[in-house]
Design a protein around this ligand. Structure first.
Ligand code: DGL
Length: 269
């Protein structure tokens, strides 16, 4: 048993969808969440910048005494997936558990991937899927407008703005006949109903936050590092203003925020 908290970071608030899944599957675990709201988005930045930011984010979480670190960010997991090699605690990105879940789910071997521009440009999911099964066919597409839509509250299935945007991005993927679609960005679960409507009911959507939470649980159980008996809870840190955090965080977390949100100077890590 290891009662230290799990550290989770994301470029901003999207990683809270993974926290939601983590607390659902391991209510006893304590979580320290860092959202780099002062430097979001990562998805349009260079590889070097994303890797530097990821190292700083992990350094902050280490300073909080975490027992493992999760990059709840498709972009970091794609571009800085080797971050764990330099960390003194186990590291888990969203890429591997998500790719494995998609490979299990597909019946036709045709898998779609959507994510930020950096994620898609990195080719990370193509490589991960082909390493699992070289016969898988992968069709990918970046969807740069999805993150700002979610952050601004435009994700209702009734709203024509996300629907038209999704139609524009996803129609070519639908034409390829994929039967499984990876939501390769932690903001995207909020758009799940819209994406499902555009892709059709027969396409299985894979939520990277959910798969990563399940992988985290399997890992902690296997290592004897879980702590199911204690009282869980989350502490939140951001690198920009804390005002307004609760409103959007509540939507992504799916519940009222308990506890305060603190600001930190991430550049000092
Ligand atoms: N959280 C990021 C991801 O999952 C999306 C937001 C960003 O571009 O930083 O890829």
């Amino acid at each position: 048993m290891d009662s230290r908290p799990i550290g989770v970071f994301d470029s901003g608030l999207g990683g809270l969808t993974a926290v939601r899944q983590l607390t659902a599957s391991m209510p006893g675990e304590r979580i320290v969440y860092f959202g780099d709201t002062g430097r979001v988005p990562y998805g349009s930045r260079s590889r070097e910048t994303i890797r530097r930011y990821a190292r700083q984010d992990a350094a902050f979480l280490l300073s909080q005494g975490v027992k493992m670190i999760i990059a709840a960010c498709g972009t970091v997991s794609s571009v800085a997936g080797d971050l764990g090699e330099s960390l003194p605690v186990p590291f888990l990105g969203v890429l591997r558990p998500t790719a494995e879940a998609a490979a299990r789910a597909t019946r036709t071997g045709r898998i779609g991937v959507i994510g930020t521009t950096a994620t898609i440009r990195s080719g990370s999911y193509r490589r991960a899927l082909s390493a699992i099964d070289p016969s898988l066919q992968v069709f990918d597409r970046d969807c740069p407008l999805f993150v700002p839509l979610v952050e601004n509250g435009f994700f209702s299935v009734e709203d024509p703005i996300p629907r038209l945007t999704a139609e524009r991005y996803l129609a070519p993927l639908r034409e390829t006949g994929v039967d499984t679609l990876i939501l390769g960005c932690t903001h995207y679960p909020l758009l799940e109903p819209v994406v499902q409507q555009v892709m059709g009911r027969n396409v299985t959507l894979i939520d990277s936050g959910r798969e990563t939470a399940l992988a985290c649980r399997r890992f902690l159980d296997a290592q004897g590092m879980g702590c199911p008996e204690q009282q869980g809870g989350c502490r939140f840190y951001v690198s920009d203003r804390t005002e307004g955090f609760a409103d959007i965080a509540q939507i992504l977390l799916g519940r009222q925020l308990e506890g305060a949100v603190e600001h930190i100077d991430i550049e000092s890590y």
